[in-house]
Write a protein that binds this ligand. Structure first.
Ligand code: DQA
Length: 153
């Protein structure tokens, strides 16, 4: 069993109502409850947190150090393109993470093509809509299973 942390940045609380042509119709609540169910089915515990404030996300990442979090799934939203502080927090806790974007950040405005997270991430999922969160969970599960197998062999 692993402990997974799902983090969502600013404006992700508006999913479902926010530019549905870009971000889809699913609400954050729907995405999170699907992920909770699937995590449970895979034998993992899911912690979830969303904030519009950079310092709260930094604090949440720091807290994960003392909570034995094994893997982080994060959509940093607009902080993807601006936040050295959140990048440094992820680097400091040294917990593997996957970066998620609902939209394809490489097919949009040029300022979205720069991510402060991608080079540190184990993987990046961009443009798969809400399904991206489920792919991230599957990825976390398989990555952690490989680590367990390696440690047992
Ligand atoms: C986003 C892409 C970001 O550029 C944007 O600021 C968001 C959402 C996405 O999920 O596609 O808020 O991270």
């Amino acid at each position: 069993m692993a402990r997974l942390l799902l983090l969502n940045g600013p404006n992700i609380n508006l999913l479902g109502r926010r530019e549905p042509g870009i971000y889809g119709k699913d609400t954050l609540e729907q995405i999170t409850s699907r992920l909770e169910e699937k995590s449970k089915a895979l034998g993992h515990e899911l912690l979830a947190f969303q904030s519009n404030a950079e310092h709260e996300l930094v604090d949440r990442v720091q807290k994960s150090m003392d909570e034995s979090v094994d893997f982080i799934m994060i959509n940093p939203a607009a902080y993807t393109h601006t936040s050295v502080a959140l990048r440094d927090a992820l680097s400091a806790v040294n917990i593997p993470f996957v970066e998620i974007h609902l939209s394809n950040i490489y097919g949009r405005e040029s300022f979205r093509r720069k991510s402060y997270f991608s080079d540190l991430a184990v993987g990046v999922i961009s443009g798969c809509g809400a399904l991206g969160y489920e792919l991230a969970l599957q990825f976390a599960h398989e990555t952690l299973s490989r680590v367990v197998k390696k440690n047992n062999s």
